[in-house]
Ligand binder design. Structure first.
Ligand SMILES: [Zn+2]
Length: 374
């Protein structure tokens, strides 16, 4: 098996550009009380007075743009619809015009299976899906139909360089284990940990294989309770099932609000249990440091298995620690105590999950896990 070229895929956790962040953008939905809060904040914070569509990403933009593909969990609806899903504590939306913020960072895929895409009902979800589509951003996990929700999104990745290099298609599925209330919405991909869910996942992933073979399979999941360092046994069991029985290569987990460990489950297979909150306006929960997160970059190599058969194999995971401040992400310098906090936390939690190779610090201060013995 020989390796030709490689691609870099970036994974981010929750990207919540609604509520106060939406009010900071020049165009925003009409929310009087949130608008007043932002006007007050701007009086003492000069950076917020010039907040624009590139601002949420802060100094991570060059890193994001340099990758071949970028995948996020979009933790908000993008809609002007104003009728809230009833009896919910938080209902997030951003103005559809602010989808431009995702385009600034060249986001390729947005997971819509989470506890906020239906915050403004089915009408709000429909506008969110259409807004992403018109911006050329792929999505799955929720959609206009059941089929769109269950996916996969077929995301192209172009080699466009040397002779003999091949373009690829990546299958991306998304699902969420909450809110329970949305299990009855057919165009929301709700899952639990039952054998019925496993049969369902096995079927839809196999079906996609029959339609067209992809080079890499990713499953992006919003799972588990908030503020819990260790994934439950049922979460770990489902992650292993996706790899063992469904040919998934990368499990992209999120929802916990803070970083969790990674599991090098098998050579060339990786589970990120919790990416953390990438950017949002949330209050700080100090013990869990939900203001600290990371840019997760996975290198996949084109392994030529036969003249007409290519497969992308994850070979390296790099974790670039980051912090949210004033609704903006900053990459952390390795001299910063918070940089050490993120690295130590991910190292320890990953060891607890049985990750075998120890992670080391790369030249850019990123935590490096080798995933494949070349
Ligand atoms: Zn969530």
């Amino acid at each position: 098996m020989t390796s030709t070229r490689s691609f870099q895929l970036i994974f981010l956790g929750d990207v919540m550009l609604g509520r106060l962040i939406d009010q900071c953008f020049p165009t925003h939905v009409h929310e009087l009380s949130e608008g007043r809060i932002v006007e007050q904040l701007k009086q003492s914070d000069a950076a917020l007075r010039s907040y624009g569509l590139a601002s949420p990403w802060g100094d991570t933009l060059p890193l994001l743009r340099s990758a071949d593909l970028r995948l996020i969990n979009l933790e908000t609806s993008a809609t002007c619809h104003s009728i809230k899903w009833p009896n919910k504590v938080f209902n997030y939306r951003m103005h559809p015009a602010n989808i431009e913020a995702l385009k600034v960072a060249r986001i390729d895929y947005a997971s819509l299976a989470n506890n906020h895409t239906l915050d403004f009902g089915e009408a709000g979800l429909a506008e969110t899906v259409k807004t992403l589509r018109s911006a050329g951003i792929h999505s799955a996990g929720a959609g206009l139909t059941r089929e769109e929700a269950q996916g996969p999104a077929k995301v192209p990745i172009e080699a466009n360089s040397r002779d003999g290099d091949q373009d690829h298609t990546i299958d991306v599925f998304s699902a969420s284990d909450h809110p329970q209330d949305w299990a009855r919405v057919p165009n929301f991909h709700f899952i639990d940990y039952s054998s019925a869910t496993k049969s369902h996942l096995h079927r839809i992933i196999n079906q996609s294989n029959k339609i067209s073979k992809s080079s890499l399979k990713i499953f992006s999941i919003h799972w588990g309770p908030n503020y819990s360092w260790k994934p439950s046994e049922e979460i770990r069991d489902l992650a292993h099932f996706l790899i063992d029985e469904c040919e998934i290569d990368i499990v992209h987990g999120h929802s916990s609000h803070h970083v969790q460990g990674v599991e090098q489950y098998k050579p060339g297979k990786i589970i990120i249990y919790g990416c953390g909150d990438f950017v949002d306006d949330y209050a700080l929960t100090s013990g869990y440091r939900n203001d600290l997160s990371a840019v997760w970059r996975i290198t996949v190599n084109d392994m030529k298995q036969a003249p007409d058969k290519h497969d992308l194999v994850p070979t390296k995971l790099e974790v670039f620690p980051s912090r949210i401040k004033d609704f903006q992400v900053q990459l952390l310098n390795k001299k910063d105590n918070d940089h050490r906090w993120v690295c130590d936390k991910i190292r320890t939690l990953s060891q607890d999950l049985g990750s075998t190779s120890s992670a080391f610090l790369g030249e850019e201060g990123q935590l490096v896990f080798e995933l494949y013995d070349k």
